[in-house]
Design a protein around this ligand. Structure first.
Ligand SMILES: NC(=O)c1ccc[n+]([C@@H]2O[C@H](COP(=O)([O-])OP(=O)(O)OC[C@H]3O[C@@H](n4cnc5c(N)ncnc54)[C@H](O)[C@@H]3O)[C@@H](O)[C@H]2O)c1
Length: 349
């Protein structure tokens, strides 16, 4: 019996992009399929493992961290993987580098051999946008035309792209970031590229008021908006969790999390802070998981005036399925560099 090939594919960031890694419409469909597999109970996803440089609330946002996120995703994906993602908050200003620089490793479930190692920075930013797109498609008031972004960093790019697809009538986007230069450049570039009215706001309140969809993706360690600024029927997607004030829950009609266990065990995340503050008991009425909304097991928004809050803590499920999608496209297009785990027979077998 001949041993299986030990070759695997290395995909650089350019390869990931060439393989369609920045195609947001496709990525939203991948996330829809991924959450359907989760709803079918075919995902094994232990808690994230994190290296931090200090303790206490806000350490991730203030001091950075390295996170390891593994998952096996069954069903049509049938693949295991791991995202290794260091976050260095002052990378953009000090080094002109993205805050987060990630790698994704995919492994064959049957043999355990590596299938691919690829840039995870694009995969991670894209899947985060795509999960927002999926949530907004299911939960925002139909026909919504206005959105607000808090934060004008890397994630703002993929959030806006996802909103454009999930909100076909989107016309107006207001953006607030205390780094006014970064905010202005983002708005100018995105307006020109999309034809939407993407405008900087002087304050967070100005950005949030009247917006039908509000997406904070900031590095803030304290809440960035007040519940009373939110319009009736708004949908809030807490891409960065510390932005959400605990008081928000008192006026929330539906809270949707991507995974209750991950959300409530990840230090400082929104639902965990609600539980710690005693305003949320556990996953009960008023809390739904995104996979149930996507598959119709939960009805989602009950009325056009409801305030819906989505807290996607971010799952290895998202990364592994997004990376598998990229790997499949890369194989079809013959992209990437073939690497070998070993060239001869195994050392001991
Ligand atoms: N939920 C998920 O799945 C997921 C995935 C990836 C990243 N994230 C989170 O998204 C956030 C943004 O990531 P990024 O890569 O874009 O970071 P980034 O450093 O590129 O950009 C963050 C921006 O937030 C701005 N900011 C800081 N305080 C602010 C405030 N009070 N109001 C408005 N803007 C403020 C900063 O000036 C900066 O421009 C991070 O907190 C990250 O952890 C979440």
């Amino acid at each position: 019996m001949s041993a299986p090939s030990t070759e695997f594919l290395y995909l650089s960031q350019e390869d990931v992009v060439a393989a369609g890694g920045t195609d947001m419409a496709a990525m939203i469909e991948v996330m829809a399929r991924a959450f359907a597999v989760k709803a079918a109970g075919q995902v094994f996803m232990p808690p994230k493992v994190m290296i931090t440089w200090s303790d206490g609330p806000g350490t991730e946002e203030r001091d950075g961290r390295i996170m390891a996120m593994p998952a096996y995703v069954g069903g049509e994906f049938d693949v295991a993987g791991l995202k290794w993602i260091p976050s260095v908050p002052d990378n953009p200003e000090r080094h002109g580098l993205p805050r987060a620089n990630a790698l994704v490793l995919l492994s064959d479930r049957e043999t355990g051999l590596p299938l691919a190692i690829m840039d995870g920075t694009v995969v991670s930013a894209m899947r985060t946008g795509a999960v927002t797109g999926l949530a907004v498609r299911h939960l925002a008031v139909p026909g919504a035309r206005s959105a607000c972004l808090l934060g004008a960093g890397v994630l703002a790019h993929t959030q806006l792209e996802a909103l454009r697809i999930a909100m076909p009538e989107l016309a107006e986007v207001r953006v607030y970031d205390p780094r006014a230069g970064r905010c202005a450049a983002f708005c100018e570039q995105r307006s020109a590229a999309t034809g939407l009215g993407v405008r900087p706001a002087a304050t967070a309140a100005e950005a949030v008021r009247g917006a039908e969809v509000v997406v904070p993706a900031t590095m803030a360690v304290d809440p960035t908006f007040a519940p009373e600024w939110l319009a009736e029927g708004a949908t809030v997607v807490l891409v960065s969790s510390l932005d959400g004030p605990v008081e928000l829950h008192a006026v929330t009609d539906l809270l949707v999390v991507d995974d209750w266990t991950h959300e409530s065990t990840h230090e400082g995340r929104y639902a965990q802070r609600l539980v710690d503050a005693g305003v949320l008991a556990a996953a009960g009425p008023g809390v739904a998981e995104l996979c149930d909304v996507v598959t119709g097991r939960h009805p989602g928004r009950a009325s056009a005036s409801d305030l819906v809050v989505v807290s996607p803590v971010g799952l290895a499920l998202d990364d592994v399925t997004a990376a598998k999608h990229v790997l499949d496209r890369a194989r079809e297009a013959n992209l990437g560099t073939t690497l070998r785990l070993r060239s001869g027979p195994p050392v001991w077998e």
